[in-house]
Write a protein that binds this ligand. Structure first.
Ligand SMILES: Cc1cc2nc3c(=O)[nH]c(=O)nc-3n(C[C@H](O)[C@H](O)[C@H](O)COP(=O)(O)OP(=O)(O)OC[C@H]3O[C@@H](n4cnc5c(N)ncnc54)[C@H](O)[C@@H]3O)c2cc1C
Length: 377
């Protein structure tokens, strides 16, 4: 059903991701209803070795380490089966990207091999109760005291909170916005679960109360934290697009089978014009956003930040298309589309948050439109 022409070097990763989704299948309903780590899913992912895609080869990563195309292929497959597994996989990269690109040799040596092996879970702490899309309004801060950094503040809706071994944390200081690497077991850190979402997720609030860090906890230069965050998003927004493609594909497969088998008014549903239209429009949405996603992933292989507008385009188009697709597929399946915890109903709930996190659609449109105005003569 998919018509991508990919280099043969991706054959092995596609095959491994496929194998993992088969192993995940019996666990996915339970795991997708859980707001704490499902150990069975975590073990399958660790054993698969796929998390090693998230760290450089010099620190235990695989041949295709940090290749956005490979990461997209895995997320497409995982999200098509189990959103809990997709999130666990993605967070290893989202939380550690700044260590790979801005960390010291010691930080890389300490954390990256564990991230790649899945023995340390990663977190990225940007959002706060007041600061969401507007990251410049964060109030979590570090001050210096006797050569140390003292961290205070409140981060909210942080994936892997309570389970992560460290949080890559955006803070305010005199120099501007900076990133610090905060091991989760330090004194002064408390985590509490966030409210449960329509599609459960390992999510919590993290409070830092006079947490003492050495100066060496910095990631990159003081005041340059937002650049590392933008590079992270430039890479991983494309992978959200790929996850949307995987989810849309699963929804379309479900609806297509249903429409082929169920008869009304003497014909299979897929031969009733309006139903055929819903399926055909969904396939068009799916294939066009798949192409856009993998093109953005190829561009990001060379310089993610330079191509951040293509990442945003892919995320905007694919997440919006995914919501249209699952909505149409529920419609095609009639009452069977509404059954709690059925595959299609899970797709319906899981599609929605992707239009909000890692850049809400409306915020992405602002940047895309600005770039468009610069590009047109
Ligand atoms: C499942 C999930 C996982 C998450 N994981 C993490 C995590 O690991 N780490 C982390 O730091 N955060 C995480 N978040 C938080 C997420 O990043 C924020 O929800 C997101 O940045 C949007 O912020 P907000 O929800 O405060 O919405 P707001 O910023 O309040 O925006 C609300 C709406 O207003 C509109 N809007 C806002 N600003 C503009 C603008 N400038 N122009 C036009 N429209 C605008 C948009 O429609 C937007 O959806 C997660 C959220 C979810 C749902």
């Amino acid at each position: 059903m998919a018509f991508l022409q990919l280099d043969h070097r991706y054959d092995d990763i596609i095959e491994r991701a496929r194998k993992v989704t088969t192993q995940l299948s019996p666990l996915s309903v339970t795991a997708d209803n859980s707001n704490s780590i499902d150990e069975g899913v975590a073990e399958i992912l660790r054993d698969s070795g796929l998390m090693s895609l998230m760290v450089p080869a010099s620190h235990g990563g695989s041949d295709l380490a940090l290749d956005p195309v490979a990461i997209c292929l895995v997320r497409e497959a995982l999200m098509g089966e189990c959103s809990h597994a997709d999130s666990l996989f993605a967070l290893q990269g989202i939380g550690s990207f700044a260590i790979t690109h801005g960390g010291s040799a010691d930080q890389q040596e300490q954390w990256l091999p564990q991230v790649g092996a899945g023995t340390a879970l990663a977190g990225l702490a940007l959002t706060e109760p007041v600061a969401g899309s507007d990251l410049k309004s964060i109030t979590t801060n570090v001050t210096t005291k006797g050569g140390d950094l003292v961290l205070n503040g409140h981060k909210s809706f942080i994936s892997n909170a309570g389970a992560a071994a460290f949080y890559t944390t955006l803070v305010k200081e005199d120099a501007g916005l900076s990133l610090v690497l905060v091991p989760a077991d330090l004194d002064g850190i408390t985590t509490t679960p966030s409210p449960e979402l329509i599609a459960p997720h390992v999510l919590g609030d993290v409070v830092f109360d006079n947490v003492v860090l050495p100066e060496s906890a910095r990631l990159g230069e003081p005041g340059r934290g937002l650049n590392l965050v933008l590079s992270t998003l430039a890479t991983f927004r494309i992978s959200v697009a790929a996850a949307s493609v995987g989810l849309g594909q699963t929804a379309l497969n479900e609806a297509t089978r249903h429409a082929r088998e169920r008869t009304q008014f003497g014909r299979p549903l897929n031969r009733l014009g309006p139903v055929a239209g819903l399926l055909a429009d969904s396939w068009a949405d799916l294939e066009s956003t798949r192409l856009l996603t993998y093109r953005a992933a190829e561009l990001a292989q060379h310089d993610p930040l330079e191509h951040i507008d293509h990442s945003s385009l892919a995320k905007l188009a694919a997440t919006e298309a995914c919501c249209r697709i699952v909505d149409r597929c529920v419609q095609v399946m009639g009452r069977w589309g509404l059954i709690r915890d059925s595959r299609i109903e899970r797709c319906y709930r899981q599609a929605r948050p992707m239009r909000i996190y890692e850049g809400a659609s409306e915020v992405l449109r602002l940047g895309i439109s600005r770039r468009l105005s610069q590009e047109v003569d």
